[in-house]
Design a protein around this ligand. Structure first.
Ligand code: NAD
Length: 338
């Protein structure tokens, strides 16, 4: 029987999750919520998704969209909700809607770890989410850090990590945020990303710093990792090549920047031009020549899409699908991830 899924919050993340759910053979999308009328609701309607209102019909009917019900109707039909509302609203929605209706919910990285007590990146800790009522899919940056660091930790053991996140100022469709002409450091040490990684990779010592730049195309991370075992560059390249949801990109392909990676994603026909894999530059992987135990690398994170496969795997884990590896394979196949 297909897992019945509802999506609450139909923005950057929610609309991608809805499409991904609709693509899964073992899931059924019950519908999505609409706060107010926009091109998003028009597109959802055109795709045949049911639309459920929150806090009244707003301007939907005025614009010719007849809702299929309200959030209570969605909650009656769905077994699991993916909540992709702006930060802090997921926490409120658990208390207001999901707990009273005894319905499972996956919330996003804008919520704090304590909201669910379980933070999730499928290839790192799928089993921790098994059967849970509430799970938090960590942020795009934390997902990117966890994917590559988990692979490195499994093979070499990590003594400590220092990572700097160079973050896009806004999503491409976001007209409210910036900067448009500045580099803005996060003035707290460490940035919140390090402690957030530890909610998934519990024993990895990590210190992070972060800044925002005028770009909408991906985040870029630089990492310095002290290893417990010696390593060489070729083996690390192979490690990343063989790890799921990580893509090794090369200067030789002219994939030298976040812009070219996004163009590549469009050219290979990815839905919305998304790149859910974490892209590590082959030529930017280095090992210290004298000690062979300090690894440096750079990676790019497509903030709008890397967490989408994680939401799909979390739905399976929460509803009791025990084989995490199999879930990852099923999800990857639907996304065209090799
Ligand atoms: P968004 O602003 O693009 O979309 C949020 C949607 O929720 C909007 O459609 C809005 O109308 C709707 N909404 C607002 N209040 C609501 C309510 N009370 N009930 C139902 N719907 C409501 O936001 P987003 O970028 O998709 O972020 C959603 C979550 O995902 C946040 O926790 C964020 O931190 C996390 N996240 C975002 C990104 C990213 O780069 N955009 C990446 C990873 C995780």
């Amino acid at each position: 029987m297909a897992i019945k899924v509802g999506v609450v919050g139909y923005g950057t993340i929610g609309k991608r999750v809805a499409d991904a759910v609709a693509m899964q053979k073992d899931m059924k999308l019950i519908g999505v919520t609409a706060h107010s009328y926009s091109f998003n609701t028009e597109v959802a309607k055109a795709k045949g998704y049911k639309i459920f209102t929150i806090d009244g019909d707003g301007d939907l009917k005025l614009n010719g969209i007849i809702p299929d019900g309200d959030i209570n109707n969605l909650l009656e039909e769905a077994e699991v909700i993916v909540d992709a509302t702006p930060k802090k609203i997921g926490k409120e929605n658990i208390a207001k809607y999901y707990k009273p209706n005894k319905i499972k919910a996956a919330v996003q990285g804008g919520e704090k770890h304590e909201v669910t007590g379980t933070s999730f990146v499928a290839q790192c800790n799928y089993d921790e989410a098994l059967g849970k009522d509430y799970v938090r899919i960590v942020s795009c940056n934390t997902t990117g850090l966890c994917r590559t660091l988990h692979a490195v930790n499994e093979k070499y053991g990590i003594s400590s990590v220092h990572a700097t996140m160079i973050r896009r100022g806004a999503d491409p469709g976001d007209i409210h945020h910036g900067p448009i002409n500045a580099i803005v450091p996060v003035l707290e040490m460490p940035s919140h990303h390090g402690p957030d990684v530890q909610t998934v990779l519990h024993n990895v010592e990590i210190f992070t710093t972060a800044l925002s730049v005028p770009s909408t195309l991906m985040h870029l991370h630089t990492l310095t990792v002290d290893l417990k075992k010696k390593a060489n560059v070729e083996d690390v390249v192979e490690l990343f090549r063989n790890s799921t949801r990580i893509r090794v990109v090369r200067n030789a392909e002219h994939l030298r920047s976040t812009a070219e990676i996004m163009e590549f994603a469009r050219d290979i026909g990815r839905l919305r031009g998304d790149m859910p894999e974490i892209c590590v530059w082959k030529e930017a992987i280095g090992i210290t020549a004298n000690t062979h135990n300090k690894l440096l690398y750079m990676q790019a994170i497509h903030q709008e899409s890397d967490v989408i496969p994680e939401n799909i795997d979390a739905i399976r884990a929460m509803t009791g699908f025990k084989d995490g590896q199999k879930s990852i394979e099923m999800t990857n196949e639907s996304f065209g991830i090799k």
